[in-house]
Design a protein around this ligand. Structure first.
Ligand code: ATP
Ligand code: MG
Length: 731
């Protein structure tokens, strides 16, 4: 197939304008990602060496899919040479070969959020600071913000505004924590996620020869989802592109949803300033969704003041209206969604993989998992506590990390006494304190235990235990030179006693933990095979660890196990994806928009963009659900429907349970009676719960000087018997 066929005119222009800066600014579903993909194919077809192309995507998954599409046009071997991936994965790769200039070993460990949090907790403790005042998560966010704005420790101490802001927030010791944290990471040979960008910037500014090398290499740079790049990412792209200026960015300001992580919408808005000669292309036709969905989404986003006005239309079928289900509880909501999926699967020829359930926060997942499991519907949860973050998996991985980088103190402390081998807290503390005071990694002490043990005051029994532990690690390192990762892992699992420890636990939880460890081994086997198939494949343990460190935030296990499964994810993770049927759930005030983000207009506008992203994932049908009561923090909480529901024009909506209609009418204050003649039934509701809900609705009406009915009917699940309950009396 000719890849240029089937592109509309502006898409064609964007794909075929090879040289110079180019920006595509366009609404959801208009083919931005498709343009980017075809543009890469076009470059290669026109004789540009794939080696000279760098494409940055938002997720690893997106990169993989793009590569497959490109391979279809230009062939496998060409596509393989492409550098395509997330900012983090691409620049981790560069830092592996260049990081030594900054004093990092090539086998540096990548710390995930939890690792970095542990290091921070220790720093806060060492500085004898109050962890109620210096909440580790909060400290972590602040440091992340510094890093993403390229504020190093030194720059921090020179920045009076920042210091003042931290003092105002009662965190005057932020600089000290920051410094301690950076030193600890450095000593551990580790980088956190933000470091991967910060250090790349450092590399490119401090070493002009290295910068020139990569400028010459990446002559063509393409960035997807440009609206969500942060300052650090922006600077990297700018530096790399500054020689040839063959840079193509695509994005949509209406889908900027990561400002809480430092994304800077001005990067896209200022593109023209950075590159005055830039060609800009706008795409207006949405190919993804029905007219109804596109129009509804447009109407909502139009409420934002801060935006480029865009015209987006669809020539697809008009499509069904968006259906709203008003649930009585969170469990009811989940049951409805699972039931709906089950029905559409069985009677409307939908595949399970056609469905997505999108929510605002990860904590909403569990109810849906329960409901889907009960109906035997296969599903996959993206994000949240990933497979690699489970304790038993992390334990084994910590051993592996130690084999690759013995300076990794985080990993060391995790396993030095797990399984229990008599190296208790006292000994551990001695090691840590001594290492800190000497500015040494603990591995150094263990490597030369004969020399250090007396200085630490360790007795013979402890010395033997420590040296046994360390010999095991050393033996593993030797093994790594000849055996593949799978075998080394198996060996270390056995020699450490970890596998036996898990086997001894015959409880269902214990068995499932052992299964997870087996699953990790399976994924290694898969990894080895995968690496063997690609040209410059690298089946090393350090590459395996890097892969999981960089995918842990978004993926569960293997990439390809989502066939025929319903996808569950936060809206944030759904960016760029599309599904025939989308359930957008938990549409309640304080949940979506989130209670943390509805105090300022800016925050609210970001929530609205999030809503826009969610709705525009849907191709054929969308379902909105909300619950009138929800179990939260151990209590039943009453909820109001989200304001976003009322922002969608009624002509795009259809209410699928009658109570919703009354409720919505009630909201606009037009009717004095919520229940009217309607009775409603829910197979999921207990009588007591129903009565409570009804009474609550009645009292809301009374508070508004409206008159509720005094009785309502409850029909049992079987539909056989019914009962009137009094609601008016109690108000
Ligand atoms: P988002 O803003 O959500 O990331 P996008 O602008 O990147 O969306 P794509 O994902 O590239 O949009 O395209 C949306 C859908 O429309 C895809 O299924 C794509 O294959 C299809 N599409 C794009 N352009 C065309 C076209 N010219 N003809 C037919 N289908 C198209
Ligand atoms: Mg896209």
């Amino acid at each position: 197939m000719n890849y240029l066929e089937g592109l509309n005119e502006p898409q064609h222009e964007a794909v075929t304008t090879i040289n110079g800066p180019l920006m595509v600014l366009a609404g959801a579903g208009s083919g931005k990602t498709r343009v980017l993909t075809m543009r890469v194919a076009h470059l290669i077809t026109n004789g540009i060496d794939p080696f000279n192309i760098l494409a940055l995507t938002f997720t690893n998954k997106a990169a993989k899919e793009m590569k497959i599409r490109i391979a279809k046009v230009v062939g496998n071997s060409e596509a393989k040479a492409l550098w395509m991936g997330t900012f983090h994965s691409v620049f981790a790769r560069i830092l592996r070969s260049e990081g030594h200039q900054l004093g990092f070993p090539s086998n540096f460990t990548i710390y995930d959020q939890q690792d970095s949090l542990n290091v921070l907790k220790k720093a806060i403790k060492d500085l004898a600071l109050d962890s109620d005042l210096y909440k580790p998560k909060k400290v972590q966010n602040r440091i992340s913000q510094y890093k993403n704005n390229l504020i190093t420790v030194k720059a921090y101490y020179n920045n009076l505004d920042l210091i003042e802001a931290d003092e105002k927030a009662n965190m005057r010791k932020m600089g000290d924590i920051y410094q301690k944290y950076v030193e600890a990471c450095y000593r551990n040979g580790a980088m956190d996620f933000d470091d991967l960008l910060l250090r790349t910037n450092e590399l490119l500014t401090r070493f002009p020869v290295t910068l020139a090398k990569y400028q010459d290499r990446f002559r063509y740079i393409l960035v997807d989802e440009y609206q969500d790049t942060n300052h650090s990412q922006y600077l990297i792209v700018k530096a790399l592109a500054s020689k040839f200026e063959n840079i193509c960015v695509v994005g949509d300001d209406a889908q900027s949803i990561y400002s809480f992580r430092g994304a800077n919408i001005y990067n896209i808005l200022n593109f023209k300033k950075d590159y005055p000669d830039a060609v800009t292309v706008s795409l207006e036709q949405n190919y993804r969704s029905t007219q109804n969905i596109v129009n509804a989404a447009n109407a909502v986003i139009a409420k934002n003041l801060q935006q480029f006005k865009k015209n987006v239309f669809s020539e697809n079928e008009e499509g069904d209206k968006i259906k709203i289900y008003r649930a009585l509880s969170d469990a009811d909501e989940a049951n409805f969604v699972a039931g709906n999926i089950w029905e559409m699967h069985n009677f409307k020829q939908k595949k399970f993989s056609d469905f997505a359930i999108l929510y605002r926060t990860n904590s909403q997942t569990r109810a849906f998992e329960d409901a889907l499991r009960r109906k035997n519907i296969p599903y996959r949860v993206y994000g949240g506590l990933s497979f690699y973050q489970r304790k038993e998996v992390k334990d084994l991985i910590a051993y592996l990390r130690l084999l690759v980088n013995e300076n990794d103190a985080e990993a060391m402390m995790r396993v030095i006494n797990y399984p229990v081998r008599g190296i208790g807290n006292t000994t551990q503390n001695k090691l840590i304190v001594f290492a800190d005071s000497q500015g040494l990694p603990i591995s150094k002490i263990l490597n030369d235990l004969g020399y250090y043990a007396p200085r630490l005051g360790l007795n013979n029994g402890i010395i033997t235990k420590l040296s046994d532990f360390w010999s095991m690690i050393k033996a593993g390192q030797v093994l790594l030179k000849t055996e593949d990762v799978y075998h080394v892992t198996m060996e270390i699992g056995k020699r450490s006693g970890l596998i036996k420890n898990l086997k001894d636990d015959q409880t269902p939880e214990g068995i499932s933990r052992l299964e997870n460890v087996h699953e990790l081994m399976n994924s290694m086997q898969g990894f080895i095979e995968e690496q063997q198939q690609v040209e410059d494949g690298d089946p090393s343990l350090s590459n395996f660890l890097e892969n999981i460190a960089l995918s842990a935030d978004t993926q569960n296990k293997k990439d390809d196990d989502d066939a025929e499964k319903v996808s569950l994810m936060t809206i944030h993770l759904s960016k760029g994806l599309e599904f025939p049927v989308v359930h957008l759930v938990g549409l309640e005030e304080d949940l979506f928009p989130s209670f943390m983000s509805s105090s300022t207009r800016e925050e609210l506008e970001e929530e609205r963009r999030l809503f826009y992203v969610a709705l525009t994932r849907a191709e054929k049908s969308a379902f909105f659900t909300y619950a009138v009561s929800r179990f939260q923090w151990g209590k039943i909480k009453d909820c109001e429907p989200s304001r976003f529901l009322s922002e969608v024009d009624g002509k795009f909506l259809e209410l699928i349970n009658p109570a919703v209609e009354s409720r919505l009418i009630n909201h606009s204050g037009l009717q004095s009676n919520i229940f009217g003649d309607e009775s409603f039934s829910s197979p999921f509701l207990k009588k007591k719960e129903a009565k409570k809900t009804l009474q609550k609705e009645a009292s809301t009406l009374v508070a508004k000087n409206l008159k509720p009915l005094s009785t309502a009917k409850i029909i049992n699940p079987s539909g056989q018997s019914s009962e009137d309950i009094e609601v008016g009396d109690s108000v």
